[in-house]
Design a protein around this ligand. Structure first.
Ligand SMILES: Cc1ncc(COP(=O)(O)O)c(C=O)c1O
Length: 461
């Protein structure tokens, strides 16, 4: 199994099988130096960065770097980055037996893309272009709504990829969807609203954010067709129409039009959380709901699934009447998204590199989803459409219970997340696992799936 990581500068592919442990990692690095994939004199990643990318202890990487420095492959200096030695290293040493590694921790927790696939080279190239081209004035205070080049790039991108009726004047760049939710909820509360409805189940953290902004969270049931629109009786509702989180279905066509009709006839507001709309695997994605009623639907997107959550970049496309109230909240918060990240993302989108990256990730996640489903025991049924970065696995009514699966997962060094916390209130709900197959780095995916298989075999008997 091959692993891959990226160094400072060009992407470097490292053929490392985690089962070969420390010695295998040292061999893979020697090989990268010998074949010139790691150029003489180039900076190698810090021990912290490489350990995080590979999902192993930092001490392991430190020992490998020390060994390779002693062998003449690397050059380490106090207070300076480690580099590839100017004249390479000695001839190849014979392969050694795998050393025992400390237990590896696997994760199939949902919420994150594969961070080791972040397009570092494209991001770096886009940063260079931005720094070459941008006038000095670009680095001054931006508008609260966000840097215009990003709002313009997003308007074009969202129109062509998600069918959003976007115009840069209505776009607001936020610190991810979570920040967008807080800002929007604050704007609603300030115009006198008290309640905000969420699907039941839905991502619990967003309900907490709305509550922290002073709104009362109201539960609306979800069935096989998505949210039950007929049960709405709040002025505003948050939905995930393209891929219900965490159940995984799309909002049925009849419900889509009913929801748009509800918003236009009652004057209600729909917040459309389009967190993973780019990742539909079985067919072309259904376009955004927003186009059905752009003056009543606030569309929200994020770079957290397409690129990385650490960027903290998300966006709202607002009904015109909400632009000024939202701006006022941003002003009160003293909020402006960091300008460099905004300009680089705009450049990434305009250059086509963002679309290429999304296409590559779509193929990778589709393959992972298929591999994960193929490894599941027959007794367990995956739910939802072929899309996104996570899949719900419903547990049989006869058991095991979520807590039993979590306990077994711990025995196999696997982190999992259950459906339980996503229900608005505790109770006798359907039980399940929300499996995030995008989370592991490529080299760790098979191990994570094997750990899941062992966990399920334990609890299913
Ligand atoms: C349902 C849902 N919406 C939105 C997001 C994105 O949140 P953010 O942009 O704050 O990272 C996530 C991330 O896990 C999510 O699961």
């Amino acid at each position: 199994m091959a692993g891959s990581w990226t160094s400072v500068g060009p992407d470097v592919h490292l053929d490392w099988d985690p089962r070969t442990g420390r010695q295998g990692l040292a061999d893979a690095l020697r090989d990268a130096v010998r074949t010139g994939r790691l150029a003489h004199g180039s900076v190698v990643p810090s021990t912290r960065a490489l350990a995080a990318d590979l999902g192993i202890a930092r001490g392991t990487v430190t020992r490998v770097y020390t060994d390779l420095a002693a062998e003449g492959y690397l050059r380490t200096r106090q207070g300076a980055p480690t580099t590839v030695a100017a004249h390479g290293g000695p001839p190849a040493s014979p392969p050694r037996a795998a050393a025992s590694e400390p237990a590896t921790r696997w994760s199939l927790r949902p919420g994150s893309p594969d961070l080791s696939a972040f397009p570092r080279t494209d991001w770096l190239a886009a940063t260079r272009r931005v720094l070459h081209r941008a006038p000095s004035s670009a680095f001054g205070y931006t508008e609260e709504r966000g840097a215009r080049p990003l709002r313009e790039a997003l308007a074009r991108y969202l129109a062509r990829s998600r069918g959003v009726l976007a115009d840069p004047e209505r776009i607001v760049v936020c610190g991810g969807y979570s920040h967008a939710m807080f800002v929007l909820a604050t704007a609603l509360r300030e115009r006198g609203e008290r309640d905000l409805a969420f699907e039941n189940p839905s991502l619990w953290i967003h309900r907490d954010i709305a509550a922290a902004a002073g709104l009362t969270v109201v539960a609306v049931p979800v069935d096989a067709d998505g949210i039950r629109v007929s049960e709405l009786d709040t002025p505003a509702v948050v939905v995930t129409p393209a891929h219900q989180y965490p159940l995984g279905m799309t909002l049925a066509p009849g419900r889509r039009s009913a929801l748009a009709r509800w918003a236009t006839t009652t004057g209600g507001l729909v917040v459309e959380d389009d967190y993973d709309g780019e990742f539909r695997f079985d067919r072309e994605p259904v376009g955004a709901l927003q186009a059905l009623a752009p003056e009543r639907i606030a569309y929200a997107g994020t770079a957290s699934k397409t690129l990385a959550p650490g960027l903290r970049l998300g966006w709202l496309v607002l009904p015109r009447a909400l632009v000024d109230p939202v701006r006022a909240v941003l002003t009160a918060q003293g909020w402006r998204a960091p300008v460099m990240e905004q300009l680089v993302l705009a450049e990434l989108i305009d250059s086509g590199a963002y679309d290429r990256h999304v296409r590559r990730r779509r193929t990778a996640y589709r393959t992972r989803r298929d591999r994960l489903l193929a490894a599941l025991p027959r007794a367990l049924s995956p739910q939802g459409i072929s899309a996104g970065l996570q899949v719900l696995l419903t547990l049989p009514e006869a058991g095991p219970a979520e807590r039993d699966v979590l306990a077994a997962a711990r025995r196999h060094s696997l982190t999992l997340e259950t459906l339980g916390p996503h229900w608005h209130t505790p109770g006798p709900h359907r039980q399940g696992l929300v499996l995030g197959y995008a989370t592991p780095a490529e080299h760790a995916f098979s191990g994570a799936v094997e750990a899941l298989s062992r966990t399920l075999a334990d609890v299913l008997g």
